[in-house]
Design a protein around this ligand. Structure first.
Ligand SMILES: [Zn+2]
Length: 812
């Protein structure tokens, strides 16, 4: 599933035990789940293969003609493409197309023959194959106009919907599709979901679940797959769905409520036909309804995982933060107990992709969820169906580097090579696997003479460069965490936001200002100031032991909801001297929507905790944005000092500076590991520790996307499809950046004995070079130390002149 690049009128997709293996929660420490031959034999599958460790994924696009398998032209095409994937260094291929899988029910034999052929060809080269499909939506255009739009927007699904008269007869193994659909509570008829022009099968319908389970079992028998992405695990029709008998019964039995008629405003809120309708969160029955829908999806995911085990399961959530996702029942937190992999969908066909920091908050949130999954597996292996010997075996397999537990992979869409280069660079910067994908089906028309290149061709030069010059295993990297940024999903789950007004308009698809928007704003500030951080999520915020286990400061920005358990844990943390920045409001209500007599920011200020800094709402992102805009306006009218200040700093710079100023002030007294000591720069840096040494990634924020003048996106005008990337820095403009590394702060951030010995000599040696895929030769790195305190800091001088996107320094 995809977030719409320019018209996100729907948003798609777009208590942990600390333990020795995860001393650092933000790293994707490699661990391994054994997928042994014994397991394969027990499963009854003919084909089950070993697990996957996806560092370099590419989409294996399918088209309508592929259903003609076993025609020789299709078989030859499979052979040619498998070879090209191997040449491009791809380790994992993933199916794209044949998406709404049950629309192909009459052709499963041929489709599975095709997929089997693909898997067998890829396996000859050691490349794994994951299937990728949606189990619960079927395309159902209701008019010629809707059919036209469907083909304009979603051709990449390989559209094979039935004739209107045939729909009533469509079935798989005796289950008729019309009988298992979600029901619209307004009409009592089958729900219709606007985003993909679909009807949807109900996650609580036992006949659907059994049909899907039987389909999975058949797949396992017929195709030697290595993993699954089961997509669209949500409810696209919105809150008005589902009012079927199974959902009504479940709501009554498990929560004691009835789903009321749509006229009941105390439940549904003000009438609003938009499918991301918010509803009345103050009503406990509505909150229960929202939760039940998420649990229903999660229970379905659990069934899928149980059926395919020990193969790995991934789903897709291109977004996890904003409140409107509740209406889609799209929630990674509910699904995470049943997932083995996370994919971070960094949507990117559009020229706006050049502004890559906008993807950071979501990526880092999901990377943290991946770490929570890792912890859960290790802390409570029985939840994964593993016994102790199996877990031990996995630990040993980890050391062999064969498989990674809960890997996180970033998907970047692109049509041209620059987009592939940026996606590859981002994966390195974020320390995750890279999934490169074209998305020709989102073009209104796809040129054929010459035809557009494939995913593997686009990323091949970068994989090749990596092999030769910088063969880093992303899964062995450990993030440098200097700060914990709270992303408290309880705010989303209870629908908390503060009102928008004309001067402070709500972001897209929101009705007000949300905690999530603060998280997004902070991540931009932290990128700009090169501060290593991780997101601290709701479960951890309720765990005093985990909070106090680290001494990095915590930022808690506009979390109107704080659960009672989170309050208790934070009070323990504060009493122990923990550093906490609070931006009001904080803890107005608890998880049950009960208002506290005194908000927690005020309560804790009264108590005078030594490490606490409380600031007002003027530091909320929308207020800072309005404040900067106002200053810019007055500066235009007044050409005095303010104007010159506006000229030299963008509004984003000024917002970032305002936030980071909070960190350095007492009592937080934050001192960053990395700081730019030369002129301000658009380059961002991220330092990561690997077993073989430190790696410093450099990524340019000053990118401008140039569109293809001819290609038209289904969601934008010609000129919006990213063709190439340019820099704001003029050609030849010197970029000699001096970057200071505070070694004491680095040692503190890493917190492990093996890093207490970090010195200027072993961090980066005199032999360290700055390299980039854009240059033929490496550039020198000038190292300088303070003669009086040689073990306290080191300054690197890096020449990034005439470099567009990415460069890296690898340690000794
Ligand atoms: Zn239902």
């Amino acid at each position: 599933m995809l977030k719409y690049p320019t018209m996100p009128s729907f948003v798609g997709k777009a208590g942990c035990q600390p333990n020795a293996y995860f001393d650092h929660p933000a790293s994707t420490t490699p661990l391994v789940i054994a997928s042994s031959a014994a397991n394969a034999a027990d499963s009854g599958s003919l084909y089950r293969t070993n697990g996957i460790k996806p560092r370099r994924m590419a989409s294996w696009w399918c088209v309508f003609e592929d259903l003609l398998w076993p025609e020789k032209s299709v078989v030859l095409k499979i052979q040619r493409r498998a070879e090209s994937f191997a040449k491009a260094g791809i380790d994992t291929a993933i199916i794209f197309g044949f998406h709404c899988r049950f629309d192909f029910a009459n052709y499963f034999d041929r489709l599975h023959g095709y997929l089997r052929n693909v898997a067998e060809e890829l396996h000859k080269y050691g490349i794994k194959l994951m299937d990728h499909y949606t189990c619960n939506i079927v395309e159902r255009p209701r008019s010629p106009e809707e059919a036209f739009e469907l083909h304009r927007r979603h051709r990449h699904h390989v559209l094979l919907y039935p004739d209107p008269r045939a729909r009533a007869h469509q079935q798989y193994e005796g289950v008729f599709f019309n009988d298992i659909c979600e029901i619209d509570v307004r009409t009592g008829k089958r729900s219709f979901a606007i985003p993909y022009t679909t009807e949807s099968f109900c996650h609580n319908n036992p006949d659907f679940l059994e049909m899907h389970r039987r389909y999975l079992q058949r797949q396992l028998r017929e195709i030697p797959l290595d993993g699954y992405q089961v997509d669209d695990m949500c409810m696209y029709a919105g809150t008005i769905s589902c009012g079927c008998e199974h959902c009504r019964r479940r709501f009554k039995e498990e929560y004691g409520y009835e789903i009321p008629p749509y006229e009941d405003k105390s439940f549904w809120g003000e009438a609003n036909e938009h499918y991301v309708n918010k509803g009345n969160y103050e009503n406990p029955a509505f909150r229960a309804y929202i939760e039940m829908r998420m649990r229903s999806v999660a229970d379905h995911a659990a069934m899928v995982r149980e059926t395919i085990f020990p193969l790995q399961l991934m789903t897709c959530c291109s977004a996890s933060g904003p409140i409107h996702l509740n209406s889609l029942a799209l929630d990674l937190d509910h699904m995470k107990p049943h997932l083995d992999m996370l994919m971070l969908e960094n949507c990117g066909l559009d020229i706006d992709t050049a502004d890559w920091p906008r993807a950071e908050a979501e990526v880092m949130a999901q990377k943290d969820i991946a770490v929570q999954i890792q912890r859960k597996i290790v802390g409570e292996p029985q939840l994964r169906g593993l016994d102790e010997p199996e877990l031990t075996e996995q630990m040993e397999a980890t050391v062999r580097g064969e498989r990674v537990l809960a890997p996180a992979v970033a998907l970047s869409y692109t049509i041209y090579e620059d987009g592939a280069y940026l996606g590859w660079s981002l994966a390195r910067f974020w320390g995750v696997g890279n999934w490169c994908s074209t998305l020709h089906g989102r073009l209104v028309y796809e040129p054929t003479d010459p035809s557009l290149p494939e995913s593997s061709e686009l990323v091949a030069p970068y994989n090749s460069w990596e092999d030769i010059h910088s063969p880093i295993d992303c899964y062995s990297g450990r993030d440098i965490v200097e700060l914990r940024l709270v992303n408290n999903q309880i705010n989303r789950l209870v629908g908390w936001e503060t009102p928008a007004d004309e001067a402070h308009p709500a972001p897209e698809l929101a009705q007000g200002h949300q905690h999530w928007h603060e998280v997004e704003g902070w991540t931009r500030a932290l990128i700009k100031h090169n501060i290593g951080y991780r997101q601290l999520r709701g479960e951890e915020l309720a765990d005093a032991e985990q909070l106090t286990a680290e001494d990095t400061p915590i930022v808690l920005a506009a979390s109107g909801v704080i659960s009672d358990a989170q309050q208790a844990a934070l009070e323990t943390y504060l009493a122990a001297g923990g550093r906490l920045v609070i931006i009001r409001p904080c803890g107005l209500i608890n998880e049950n929507y009960v208002a506290r007599p005194v908000d927690l920011a005020s309560l804790w200020s009264e108590r005078g905790y030594p490490g606490l800094l409380v600031v007002g709402e003027e530091y909320r992102i929308h207020n800072l944005v309005a404040d900067v805009a106002e200053k810019a306006t007055s500066a235009e009218a007044d050409t005095t000092d303010v104007a010159s200040e506006t000229d030299t700093a963008t509004s984003a710079d000024r917002i970032a500076a305002a936030l980071v100023d909070l960190l350095v002030a007492a009592p937080i007294n934050f001192s960053p590991v990395l700081s730019i000591v030369s002129e301000p720069t658009e380059w961002s840096f991220r330092l990561r520790s690997h077993p073989d040494g430190f790696v410093l990634h450099a990524l340019n924020r000053g990118l401008i996307g140039e569109g293809d003048p001819n290609l038209e996106s289904a969601f934008g005008n010609p000129g919006r499809i990213l063709k190439s990337l340019h820099t704001v820095q003029p050609v030849g403009y010197p970029q000699n950046i001096r970057l200071r590394i505070d070694l004491a702060a680095l040692r503190a951030a890493l917190r492990t004995p093996d890093h207490t010995g970090i010195t200027t000599d072993n961090l980066f040696s005199e032999k360290s070079k700055l390299i980039s895929p854009e240059w033929d030769t490496a550039r020198s790195v000038i190292l300088t130390t303070d003669a009086e305190a040689p073990n306290d800091e080191i300054t690197l001088t890096l020449d990034l002149t005439d470099t567009r996107i990415y460069a890296v320094v690898q340690g000794s």
